[in-house]
Design a protein around this ligand. Structure first.
Ligand code: ARG
Length: 412
């Protein structure tokens, strides 16, 4: 008698392969779900592996286009950056992966979903909050928090022994001595030798980007066109090549960024769970599009709207980092941010060179920039005499403050 059907977020790796077999051993019927979210992977080999381990069905789902459109684009609109530096490459992928997982679970009549995230990280929270939000009746199995599982698998050696006993093929390439999470947007590295925050990342860690020191000696110049705050076209100005679909745009900009070593960061961040952790990230494409978006946004958006929106962007980043993509507050913030983007439209030209993104110029039909108004050479619709009163009125408060502090030279 099966205990029920579980849709397991399967990666093809050692951990989730052992989890698959262990779940079967516990009496569950297992459906394996492998999301193609842009990671380099032999998906057909993973399908065969899951089948050979006893998954009753295997779903390999290409969710790259929806990842770009429904998740990366809103993050770009928001200028989403967690703790001033992390572009959230893992955090925004989780709700995308979970969304398809619960779709499958509902469709297949599975009562359970399972994942291989550990009990100390953010990803367990993101997977599970997303699952509960989209499939309220679902039951979650998180083996790394189930004592029967984690007491049995105390280290990699136990997983390897279990694999050997159960005919689970073990990857021939030695495992990197750190934990990796990869998708179309970024690759992240944590744990292992990186746990010592002062230990430098080895040069061969990075799988996505070239070392900026080894990058080409000539820049690539891109023109990115935005509409409603999202890229709608990218053109390589020197080569005259253009991309127009979201997935193509994002992939192309990522490749250019990777070629020039753009978007590497090494940070210590605050996990939702309450501890600090050290992570290394490479986010070549989003780094470029983020910078270009900042530029066109500032060019086209009202000053005061932008201030409010900037605060919402920080809230959005925290919500997403903490796993609340599918929450009423995140829906609200996302809708406000989307509304703020109505006029964020135009073209930004930038050079990508030796790890740097430099803005070269911008143009927009919706620009609030008024050359006549700002020009040093033209008076425009502006009377300089008005500035005298403006400055004096602003000075009232400052003069009062300094008078009270006895710093004023005046004696009144
Ligand atoms: N610390 C990052 C986050 O919480 C990445 C987590 C997954 N990365 C990994 N290498 N296992 O979004």
């Amino acid at each position: 008698m099966s205990k029920g059907t579980v849709v397991l977020a399967y990666s093809g790796g050692l951990d989730t392969s052992c989890i698959l077999v262990w779940l079967k051993e516990q009496g569950y019927t297992v459906i394996a779900y492998l999301a193609n979210i842009g990671q380099k992977e032999d998906f057909e080999a993973a399908r065969k592996k899951a089948e050979s381990l006893g998954a009753v069905k295997v779903f390999i789902e290409d969710i790259r286009a929806e990842f770009v459109q429904d998740f990366i684009w809103p993050a770009i609109q928001a200028n989403a950056v967690y703790e001033d530096r992390y572009l959230l490459g893992t955090a925004i992928a989780r709700p995308c992966i979970a969304r398809r997982q619960v779709e499958i679970a509902r469709r297949e009549g599975a009562q359970f979903v399972a994942h291989g995230a550990t009990g100390k990280g953010n990803d367990q929270v993101r997977f599970e909050l997303s699952s509960y939000a989209l499939y309220p009746e679902v039951k979650v199995l998180a083996p790394w928090r189930i004592p029967e599982f984690f007491n049995r698998f105390k280290g990699r050696k136990d997983l390897l022994d279990f694999a050997a006993k159960n005919g689970i093929p073990v990857p021939v390439t030695p495992k990197a001595p750190w934990s990796i999470d990869a998708n179309l947007m970024h690759t992240s590295y944590e744990s292992g030798i990186l746990e010592d925050p002062k230990c430098r990342a080895p040069a061969d860690l990075y799988v996505m980007t070239r070392n900026p020191e080894d990058a080409p000696n000539t820049p690539d110049v891109l023109e990115v066109e935005y509409k409603n705050g999202v890229p709608v076209k990218v053109t390589n100005v020197n080569e005259g090549k253009s991309k127009v679909t979201p997935l193509e745009i994002f992939s192309y900009v990522s490749d250019i960024g990777a070629k020039h070593g753009v978007g590497r960061i090494d940070i210590v961040e605050n996990r939702f769970i309450g501890m600090k952790s050290r992570g290394i990230y490479e986010t070549p494409g989003a780094h470029i599009l983020f910078n270009a978006h900042l530029d066109i946004e500032l060019f086209t958006m009202d000053k005061e709207v932008r201030r409010i929106k900037q605060g919402l962007g920080i809230r959005f980043s925290e919500l997403v980092y903490n796993g609340f993509w599918y929450s009423p507050e995140c829906d609200f913030v996302r809708a406000c941010i989307a509304m703020s983007q109505a006029n964020v439209e135009g073209k930004v030209e930038l050079s990508i060179f030796k790890g740097q993104v430099n803005i070269l110029g911008r143009s927009s039909p919706k620009s609030l920039y008024n050359e006549e108004l700002v020009s040093m050479d033209v008076q425009g619709d502006y009377d300089p005499c008005d500035a005298t009163g403006f400055i004096r009125i602003n000075a009232v408060r400052l003069r009062e403050h300094h008078r009270l502090q006895g710093l004023s030279s005046k004696k009144n």
